[in-house]
Write a protein that binds this ligand. Structure first.
Ligand SMILES: [Zn+2]
Length: 400
């Protein structure tokens, strides 16, 4: 690897200024409101010299994608990406600085989206501009995507781009993906999968004073809930090294109409999360088996079994050559080797990893402060992340 590129204070000021501008254009989701932010990103990408595209899978869902074509016809494409939407700010009175002012105070940029993830988007776009300022030209393609609807796990963001948006616009399929979610400048390489299951138990209504004449659906549901406690036991004995044990959470339970009536039905919703090699299907089958056993042994009647989310765990090998290269670059830029970690959900990276495209999370900001009041990103992280994005592009896209 050649020498590492650094940025000046004046160049960092441009990154901060772009971050402020993105924070000052709120995109709380729901509903998202991208009509103001997407033209800002589109024009900033063009100013950075990218060929910019608005890719919509649906009205009001404008993903913004910029590409710098490499000189080689060979199909390597580095994708840097971030989602444009943010979660709601909560009560502005609880913030030290207003959530949509983009204040720079105490060596941090403050506001909703500072770390999740408008700061990272600013770093990525500025990294491209700074490489161009230095006269660099890529041999392979460099692409930036800013997506819609990550915060609501929507289908019109990265899922749409990978499945049809890129190819419909004649854009290349990425060969490596860096998602700029906040990692405290570490690397996220392993991500839990999940399945959400709805189970309805049918009973038989009767007078509350004569419970034996009915079948109490809530009590039958409790029998199920007790058995479900053992669902992830094997994984607790043998947890994933980065992700820990699988988990099973009974998120909602609803049943009964009044105190003096035997409830005729009860609805439960489960969130089950798993690390590799376990899969969503494996747990769906486990739950099915458990329910059929309980209905056989105890006559429990299931009136509804519905899987409303199914997402397998995904990961990238730490031995992947591009992951190793990125890790070396982070060490050189920050002076510290990044930790390789795992987390509860892959976000937009799910769709690339699932499609067989290797990738990681790497971004500025502390993961523990996102989605909370007083979200902020250290200015130093903005500098270091910009330098990492510049240097990884320089290495993976090489010089023409
Ligand atoms: Zn995020």
């Amino acid at each position: 690897m050649e020498e590492i590129l650094k940025i000046s204070q004046r160049e960092l000021d441009d990154v901060i200024e772009l971050g402020r501008r993105l924070i000052r254009t709120p995109t709380e989701n729901p509903p998202g409101n991208y009509e103001e932010l997407s033209p800002v990103i589109y024009s900033t990408m063009k100013e950075a010299g990218l060929e910019a595209h608005i890719l919509k899978g649906d009205e009001n869902k404008p993903n913004v994608v910029g590409i710098w074509y490499g000189s080689s016809s060979k199909g390597e494409t580095l994708l840097l990406s971030g989602h444009m939407d943010v979660v709601e700010s909560g009560d502005p009175k609880e913030w030290l600085y207003p959530p949509y002012a983009g204040e720079v105070k105490e060596d941090h940029l403050w506001g909703r989206g500072a770390a999740d993830m408008k700061g990272a988007i600013a770093c990525m776009i500025c990294a491209v501009k700074l490489l161009r300022d230095r006269g660099w030209k890529p041999k392979f393609n460099l692409m930036i995507a800013t997506t819609v609807d990550d915060e609501i796990a929507g289908k019109m963001g990265m899922k749409f781009l990978i499945e049809e948006g890129f190819s419909r616009a004649g854009l290349p399929r990425p060969s490596f993906h860096i998602l700029g979610e906040a990692t405290n400048l570490n690397l996220m390489v392993s991500f839990k999968g999940r399945t959400w299951i709805r189970i309805e138990v049918a009973g038989k209504s009767a007078h509350g004073g004569a419970p034996k004449e009915g079948i109490n659906a809530i009590e039958k549901a409790i029998d199920i809930a007790i058995s479900m406690r053992d669902l992830v036991k094997e994984s607790e004995l043998n947890p994933h090294p980065m992700l820990g044990p699988d988990t099973c959470n009974l998120g909602t339970i609803r049943g009964g109409t009044r105190v003096n009536v035997v409830p005729a039905n009860c609805l439960m919703e489960y969130d089950i999360r798993m690390g590799p090699p376990n899969s969503a299907k494996m747990y769906i089958n486990k739950v099915r088996d458990l329910l059929s056993r309980l209905s056989e042994e105890r006559g429990i009647k299931i009136s509804l079994f519905e899987v409303f989310e199914e997402r397998d765990p995904v990961e990238v090998s730490p031995e992947n050559e591009k992951v190793k290269t990125l890790s070396e670059i982070i060490s050189k830029v920050t002076g510290r080797a990044p930790l390789l970690k795992g987390t509860l959900s892959a976000g937009d990276l799910y769709y690339t990893l699932k499609a067989g495209i290797p990738g990681v999370w790497f971004g500025p900001g502390e993961p523990s402060i996102i989605h909370k009041v007083n979200e902020r990103v250290p200015l130093e992280h903005l500098r270091l992340a910009t330098e990492v994005y510049m240097n990884i592009a320089l290495t993976l896209c090489q010089t023409a």
